[in-house]
Write a protein that binds this ligand. Structure first.
Ligand code: GLC
Length: 554
């Protein structure tokens, strides 16, 4: 049996590693990462040796042909591979290499919108009749503005600034784009579109992928009558001046999700994770199902404070309840990297306070109830790049200004720092984005040599998570730690318990240790700080500054 199919509960117990292919590893010196580069670095990821992370799956951000108006999130061929990343044969090699090591492969499906250069849109915009005429969301203008321009059909906004409607002279109509005008929204209500997009799902499943990340899945369906969103006042930015009830989260979505899940679940061991776009955590919980996770992004915006994280964890647990399974993520290609977010001094170096916080964050990510998602580079606490908006590649950053605020997503997409050499081990050419400025001291090779590095900690914590059912599948109970700067909880399965104590403060913290179950003792399994082997914890313990401690009940 293929090693990769031996654990069908990996969607729940596992850890998924997000690769942003453009920035991970470049095998052909063109400055862009590629599939062959990923294959060359599988030793870093898989669980076979002590020098590897030991993740369960990789999620690849889009690898399809794209004119890059949103760096792959504008797809011009859903079943092809962008030549800059390789060929379909390279992709098949990657899948085989991953499966041979027991690593699952998840693709990023961008099915809410395509590229404006997709042949479907080209055909659709060519006229109001013809087989593709209704493949996108076209609408007439209800009249003229005071300036004499066509008025958009309703008040829906683009997430990337301005109206969500773009006038098309050819058709004399508007088309809808929830993101860039170069990303027209597909019309999922058209049965031909639905069939074509579900065929995309079938095609990639047929090529052996183990699941999908579904980009902005809760936007697939909009109000059929295209009614405006109700207005609301008193908030910052035009986006928030309306309640987004008609441009997302429509009741008919449930039926579509059931159909997608049916395709994916036809073989055991496959999964999806849906990207919940700008909606409440209640929606996130409601859309989740066994084998089908939802990213709610709760933890990506929480400031560095134990109280804030305790509250976020309680919110999450209340929304999901004990039966639904959350997805935990601290960083991704859209958000600032958490190692930078949490490094208040803005640039403490290797081994400094920022790295100590990164370890606490890692301990939390890998021990909270839920499937954990790592973003490439976070295992070395890679920091944000500093790219001024004027030099940004990120399309909304280029549009940003006084009336449209945006953070530059290039900052989180910097080339992976592998080795202390020109090109950082990422490329021998000119990297598409600058290398992180600290690449010479912060890289995979250097951190592999250092037992106290963030990378060494990730490796140990990942191993412990794999070995301990309480950590990868247990129920979770909050613990009152007796110190406001500490987050504490217990994970428990029938036969095992783990206690997690996280000191968010840069001072020692005296904590109350909850009683272990009858006759048992908590013994330290892993700490970010020196502790005696199997040290037993009594009724109270002192945590070192920024110590993350995981204890198991013997
Ligand atoms: C998702 C992606 C983001 C992209 C957007 C539009 O939010 O994560 O990178 O810009 O969808 O596809």
């Amino acid at each position: 049996m293929d090693a990769s199919s031996s654990r069908s509960d990996w969607w729940k117990t596992g850890v998924v590693y997000q690769v942003y292919p453009r920035s991970f590893a470049d095998s052909n010196a063109d400055g862009l990462g590629d599939l062959a580069g990923i294959i060359e670095h599988l030793d870093h990821l898989d669980g076979a040796g002590p020098g590897s992370l030991g993740i369960d799956a990789i999620w690849l951000s889009p690898i399809y042909p794209s004119p890059d108006f949103d760096f792959g999130y504008d797809v011009s061929d859903y079943v092809g591979v962008d030549l800059r990343y390789g060929t379909l044969a390279d992709f098949e090699r990657l899948v085989a290499a991953c499966h041979g090591r027991g690593i699952k492969v998840i693709l990023d499906l961008v099915l809410n919108h395509s590229s404006h250069l997709h042949p479907w849109f080209q055909a659709s915009r060519s006229g109001r009749t013809g087989p593709y005429a209704d493949w996108y969301i076209w609408a007439d203008s209800p009249g003229r503005t005071l300036l004499g321009r066509p008025r958009p059909p309703n008040n829906w906004r683009s997430w990337f600034g301005g109206s969500a409607w773009q006038w098309d002279d050819g058709r004399g109509q508007f088309y809808l784009h929830g993101f860039m005008p170069e990303q027209p929204d597909l019309n999922w209500r058209n049965p031909d579109v639905r069939k074509a997009l579900l065929d995309v799902v079938r095609t990639w499943l047929g090529r052996g992928v183990d699941g999908f990340r579904l980009d902005v899945f809760n936007l697939y369906l909009k109000d059929a009558a295209l009614r405006s969103n109700p207005r609301r006042i008193g908030r910052r930015g035009a986006w928030s001046w309306q309640r987004h009830v008609n441009d997302r989260n429509q009741p008919e979505l449930e039926d579509l999700l059931i159909e997608i899940r049916g395709l994916v679940d036809a073989e055991p061991g496959r999964m999806t994770v849906g990207e919940l776009f700008d909606s409440s955590i209640g929606h996130g919980a409601a859309y989740s199902a066994p084998h089908h996770l939802v990213f709610d992004f709760l933890f990506t915006t929480v400031p560095w404070s134990a109280a804030a994280f305790r509250a976020a964890i309680a919110t999450r647990e209340a929304a999901f309840g004990p039966k639904r399974w959350p997805a935990n993520v601290l960083s991704n290609h859209d958000q600032p990297r958490h190692a930078s977010r949490n490094d208040v001094s803005g640039g403490s170096g290797v081994g400094g306070v920022g790295d100590a916080r990164a370890k606490v964050a890692a301990a939390m990510l890998l021990t909270l109830r839920g499937t954990a998602f790592l973003y490439y580079g976070e295992e070395i606490a890679q920091r944000n790049l500093v790219v001024p908006n004027a030099e940004a590649f990120d399309p909304p950053a280029r549009r940003a200004g006084l009336f449209f605020r945006w953070w530059n997503r290039d900052q989180a997409r910097g080339p992976m720092a592998w080795r202390p050499e020109p090109g950082g081990g990422f490329t021998t050419g000119k990297p598409w984005l600058p290398l992180p400025p600290d690449v010479d001291v912060r890289n995979v090779a250097a951190q592999s040599q250092d037992a106290e590095s963030v990378l060494s900690y990730y490796r140990r914590a990942l191993r412990l998570r794999r070995e301990m059912p309480a950590l990868n599948s247990g129920a979770q109970e909050p613990v009152e730690p007796g110190d406001p700067d500490v987050v504490a909880y217990v994970r428990r399965t029938e036969g095992q318990a783990a206690l997690i104590l996280l000191n968010f403060a840069s001072r020692p913290a005296a904590v109350r240790v909850p009683a272990a179950a009858a006759g048992g003792t908590w013994r330290v399994s892993l700490s970010t700080h020196p502790r005696g082997p199997d040290e037993a914890l009594g009724g109270s313990a002192t945590l070192a500054p920024l110590e993350a401690l995981i204890a198991a009940q013997a």
